[in-house]
Structure formats: C-alpha cells, structure tokens
Design a protein around this ligand. Sequence first.
Ligand code: GLC
Ligand code: CA
Length: 535
Amino acid sequence: MQKHWWHKATIYQIYPKSFMDSNGDGIGDLKGIISKLDYLQKLGITAIWLSPVYQSPMDDNGYDISDYEAIADIFGDMADMEELLVQAKKRGIRIIMDLVVNHTSDEHAWFIEARDYPDSPKRDYYIWRDQPNGLTSAFSGSAWEYDDLSGQYYLHLFSKKQPDLNWENEELRQSIYDMMNRWIDKGVAGFRMDVIDLIGKKPDQEITGNGPKLHDYLKEMHQASLLDKDLLTVGETWGATPEIAKQYSNPENQELSMVFQFEHIGLLFKPDAPKWDYAEELDVSALKAIFTKWQTELELGQGWNSLFWNNHDLPRVLSSWGNTGSYREKSAKALAILLHLMRGTPYVYQGEEIGMTNYPFVDLSQVEDIESINYAKEALEEGQSMESIMDSIRKIGRDNARTPMQWDAGLQAGFSNATKTWLPVHPNHQEINVEAALSHPESIFYTYQKLIALRKEEDWLVDADFKLLETAEKVFAYQRSTGDKTYLVVVNLSDEPQPFELDLHWKETIISNTEESAVLESKQLQAWDAFCVVL
Ligand code: GLC
Ligand code: CA
C-alpha cells in the first residue's frame, strides 16, 4: 500500500466563529486562529480542517457560501487567509478547507443570475421544477421553495438560503474543479467535502444520498483537481456502509482519501425516529460492534477510516458517552485512548482536547443554530412543550459544539474582549480551560498530545490488524497485532468497576490513565480505566 502523510496524521477541526476573536466583536476570526497556532503546534497536530471561512450571509454559519474565492468580512480577508497558510506551514501544520459544493448561498452570483434571468445558462446550475414533491429539508419543512418570478420551485435540501447545485450540469462541475484548483495553488492540503454523498441526487425519484452518478462525479473531480497532488480528501457521508466507504476510499478507485461515516454517531438517536427523539440510554455493545465492523471491513489497502467523536454538528462526547462529573478527566482520556489507537485518521474537534462539555441552554434566546430554531418552531406548532424541545436541544443541538473555545478562566474565557459573544461562553470555563489544562501535567491535553505523537511515530497504528476481545459488556478491549508484536487496548466505558478476567501479562505500557498493574492483581478495572500495553 502506498503510504501518504495523512495515514500518520491527526487533524484538528476549527469552527472559526468560536475559536478565537482577535478584534473584540464577539466572533472568532482568522487572525485569532493565527494567534493560537503555537498552541496547536504544542498539541502536535498535522493539519487543521477549517470549517468554512468563505464569504457568506451566515444563514448556516458559512455553510451557505456566496463567493468561494473571498473571505467573509467577519473572519478577515484573503491576506489573512494567506497569512494563516504561511504561519501554519512554518509550524508544520497543513490547512484543509471545507468544500461546500452540494449547494451555494442564495446570495451567490450564480443563483442571483439563475433566479433573476430564467433564460440564463446559470439557471441550470440549480434544480427547478414546476411542482414540488415530497422531499424534505434537513432543516424542517419542504425542500422546495417557490420563486415568484418564474413560477417554479427550487430545491434546497438544507435552508431556503442554501439552493442545491445541479451536478448534472457539466459547466457547473468544471467551475467547481477550477475553483478547487485555485485553492490548491494557494497551498491548501486538501478538502473536507460537505454532504458530498448528496451530489448525485435524483430529485424526481426522491433519491438524495448515494445517487447513481455520485462516484462518476468524484472520479471526474479526482482527475480534474486531485490527481498526484498528495492531498487529504474526506467526504462527509452520513449514509456510508463499509462497502460504500470502500468505493470512495479504495486507492484504486481514485476518489477520496477517506470518508466520515456516522454509524457510531447514530447510536445517539433512536432508530427510525426523528433526530430530535434522542436515545435515552447509550448502547455500549452496539458501539463495540460498530467499531469492530469498520475496523475489520476496511482492510488495509482497500479503504481507510476516519476516527472521530465530535464535530461542529454533534453534541460533546463527554456529555453523551463520557462523564461530565467527577470522572470528567478520566473519561475524556479513556474515550481518547479508545478512539486514537484504532486504524484510521483521527480528528479532534476544538475543545475536545480539554474536555469541553454541552452547554446548559435555558431558553431559545440562547440558541443560534438554524436547525435547532427551525425544529423548535415546527415542534411548537405540532404542540410539543417548550420544555421537551429545550431538553432535546440541550442533548443533541449543534450549538453545544459551537460555544466559544475556553482559553482561560477570565472574562469570556479569554476568547474575546466583547461584552457579548455570538454564543454564550460556558460557565464551566472557570474550571475547564486551556490555561488550566496546560499547567497540569496530568490533564486531558497531555493525553491527546501523547496520542497524537504516537500516531506520527508508530507504524503499527497503521499496519496492525484489529481484533475485539470478549469482555464484560461495558469494557471495550481490542488487540492490534503485527507480525511480531501485539498491542492490547482496554477501556472501561462506565462509572462502575468491571471485571477483567483476561489472563494476559504485559511487558510495557504505551499509554494509560490509571495504575494498570493493579488491574492484573485485582482482576478488576476501576471506573473509566483505560490503557494500552504491549503483550
Ligand atoms: C453539513 C455540515 C453542516 C451543514 C450542512 C449543510 O452537514 O457539517 O454544518 O449545516 O452540511 O451544509
Ligand atoms: Ca472577531
């Protein structure tokens, strides 16, 4: 198998509005990111996945782009972007851009022309129909919006301000590849491709994900923009199975480096229920089965995994799988050890490395996310109580991931000098913040730092195979073996002690959040014990 830099990389995701505000307007920006590169270098990451910083009316915080080749004023300008590339490179950090090409903003010049001049060739860049069908928007309601001027409807699988692009139009596809090439020429190291599995849609058949031409388009894109450039490309693909993930990521297919699959994330939700109807109890056995399936089915050379707990669309992992009380630090380390020692490229979402948690939203006035706001409106109309709506938002709303990064214990957590930030700062910043984490050698930060360093140094993390071991239900234990060495990873995913009866003896400890020798003697794991040893 040909090895690429991203096989041994850990990627750090930045949500620009919430990372660091340099000019006191309460919103994070590019200069803010530049000022924190030393911190990221200390953490040891190889690359940043930068959520969108392009020009945008910010209906969906930048996932609604009005110009792919300009920077949003709130974030700075193109000179700041170029400075970020330079400063990151100096520190050995690459920049991966978010590529949002399933849709644009309705304020993009293409859409304005398409709407205002129905005869323009740009009309066909979008999807227009005389009659709506049953397709619904991910942000509630119909996916079709009526346009007065032409008497037609346009498709928007997300907000009304995010009209879907028509990938069947060849000229549109070429414009996208050209735009990607200009970013590559600027020095970006790859792309995270937003909802990329939707671009092959067949709206008339109500097919959205995994449409018939999806892989043709990705192959075409690869030839036009990615070939032989050693970039990292990761597709956001909610509906991927291991089979589908191999289609994308098998190097022979020349499509993408890897995809984000969300099967483990699916456990947060009730099966076959609306997203907001979250699962009351999390199923650890199912989590083990899902990780095992992906680890074993994406065989080396035939596919590649991404590994993640968090992103800007998901609740904080400590508030779901972890413990936000007295085991906060220990459970955060356990979850990190569990994830980072599997095969794949790990992603760390800003704040995860210091154990940030969900925000205690009290009412809708504190909520900014269009998905949550639209859900609340619809649910209220349907007669749901405000209490149950806020309960869902607190549990799984996307703003949980988007509150400002907690840099120190001071005002606005050191994120901004503004009296009001765009989303409120979590009150727990007095305890949970970067400054505190850096000053404690035992903090979560240093576990992440160690895992990230291991990823760079240790070939077995790429090469070794994976085997799940039979243990108590709440214990996740797996072995990774190469020809001559076997590594054992053991994690207690619970607040209670668990039996550990495997008769194993080890020579060397790789990483641990506990006294792992006590486990052998007592044949017991304490709450959230986690370690990796060489057998
Ligand atoms: C992706 C993004 C999400 C966004 C949506 C529409 O799922 O991660 O934040 O709202 O696509 O672009
Ligand atoms: Ca700012």
